[in-house]
Write a protein that binds this ligand. Sequence first.
Ligand code: ATP
Ligand code: MG
Length: 352
Amino acid sequence: MTTKHRIALIPGDGIGAEVLPSAQQVLDVLGRRHGFGLSYTSYDWSCERYLREGAMMPDDGIDQLRDKDAILLGAVGYPGVPDHVSLWGLLIPIRRSFRQYVNLRPIRVFEGIDSPVRGALPGEVDFVVVRENMEGEYSEVGGRLNRGFPDEIAVQEAVFTRAGVTRVLDYAFTLASRRGGCLTSATKSNGIVHTMPFWDQLVTERAASFPQVTWDQEHIDALAAKFVLEPARFDVVVASNLFGDILSDLAAAVAGSIGVAPAANLNPERDFPSMFEPVHGSAPDIAGQKIANPLGAIWSAAMMLDHLGHPAAAKDITDAIASVLAKTDVRTRDLGGTATTAEFTDKLIELL
Ligand code: ATP
Ligand code: MG
């Protein structure tokens, strides 16, 4: 009997809905080859739905997703709809309800893509940013006082819990032990004097359980510079919510194109579905033209297969991405080509 995975598809807005079909096509090819099945349920949750019906998703949206094995999301965002609507109306409820406390962003410089960074050579830059995805600096604790007065004040508290930090560190150290054996922790304990020393202390404590992992820590400012100056030196980088957010966008830029970058919001215990999504947004400037780069969505689908227990199928996908970029000049406009989303996808499937 073949395993059948239940996948929730949320194409979302703009190019999100243009790149997800490419990912689905690739998934179906691999399912046939590796002997697993995927059944899809599609949801029209989006900013367009918000404009029509006043909410990104229905009241029982989270419950509808609960029994799925994974969620594949395109992108949400629409001109005129503020970011906080799509964030707080969809993405954050999913991340928090399903305890997706790890945000995973692999970074690779592929042969055939020009990195804006001179020293970022293909094959050499290959690392992962592990971002804490549920607490830290992005908390709702705080407030504003004396609005409009000269003594106006805003306070935003960062919340770091032992349990929350420890579980993401465990994930990152385990990942490092399976990859190149190196971990870098992003900190700022010289300036942020309560939460960051706590973070550092927990890193040291967890490191004791992973003697096979070599680790170091860097202040976030110096680390940002090193991402640009020597990106090849990293293997696994673990960071708090805010630092990880910034580092993962920076790293995607070093890799050369936002259209290629994937992300996973993981619930490592698998108590709840995890969510996979390309890093890019809905790209209203090119939406509807059918020229969006599908590689970010396709690579996100590979991460999904890895999470669902099909690492060989996932590797087939990343190998095909590497091949299509290295061996052909078929590519979408963001990578300097003229191919449509469908042509680029077909070429990749040919190489699979
Ligand atoms: P959102 O509000 O949904 O986050 P955005 O415009 O802020 O959208 P992106 O959608 O990530 O952010 O787009 C940033 C730029 O990168 C745009 O010029 C867009 O056209 C380009 N871009 C993003 N993703 C792709 C892709 N998959 N293929 C080609 N170009 C892309
Ligand atoms: Mg945006």
